[in-house]
Ligand binder design. Structure first.
Ligand code: ZN
Length: 174
């Protein structure tokens, strides 16, 4: 199996950082967590959905393109593992598969950027808060199973932001 060619996929073009040919913006937790808190405080559920959908839409488009370039990666589990490697290499954290199929699955994150950032800036919160990660999982599964945007719904059933032991995501189809 051909693995992801990081030297080819992650590079620079002058001052721009590119991933698979697409320019990416990189932000630290101050930016990302302030963005999330502002969206939640000002727009409530609509702000949560905006963050979720933006993450889902961006990764669906990117990962669909990447899968098209790595057609030798056949199994759905291998595809998810490649996505998880990208997630980790982008500094977003660790994510593991517990169950995966065309109807959804279960995913566990023992550590991620948004949890570390939120706890550092605001401490424990009352409700699960990994909206970016939920959207990311939805987009990855929609790319793997060739489904349209919004096909999967991802619920976070446990979250380290509320001091659960790890973040647990349950995915269901329509
Ligand atoms: Zn979480």
């Amino acid at each position: 199996m051909r693995s992801l060619n990081w030297q080819k996929e992650l590079g620079r073009d002058g001052h721009r950082v590119k991933f698979s040919g697409r320019p990416v913006a990189m932000h630290c937790h101050h930016y990302n967590i302030n963005l999330q808190k502002t969206l939640e405080d000002t727009l409530g559920e609509q702000g949560v959905l905006l963050l979720y959908r933006a993450s889902e839409e961006a990764i669906l488009e990117d990962f669909r393109s990447i899968l098209g370039q790595y057609e030798s990666i056949k199994s759905e589990k291998s595809k998810f593992e490649m996505a998880a490697l990208m997630f980790q290499n982008s500094g977003m954290g660790i994510i593991r598969v517990q169950a995966l199929g065309p109807d959804g699955g279960v995913f566990v994150s023992p550590s991620n950027h948004h949890v570390t950032g939120w706890l550092a800036k605001h401490g424990r919160r009352a409700t699960p808060g990994c909206h970016f990660v939920r959207g990311w999982i939805a987009g990855i599964l929609e790319a793997i199973y060739d489904r349209p945007l919004g096909y999967y719904a991802v619920e976070e059933q446990a979250c380290k932001m509320v001091r659960d032991g790890e973040c647990v995501f349950v995915v269901e189809g329509p």
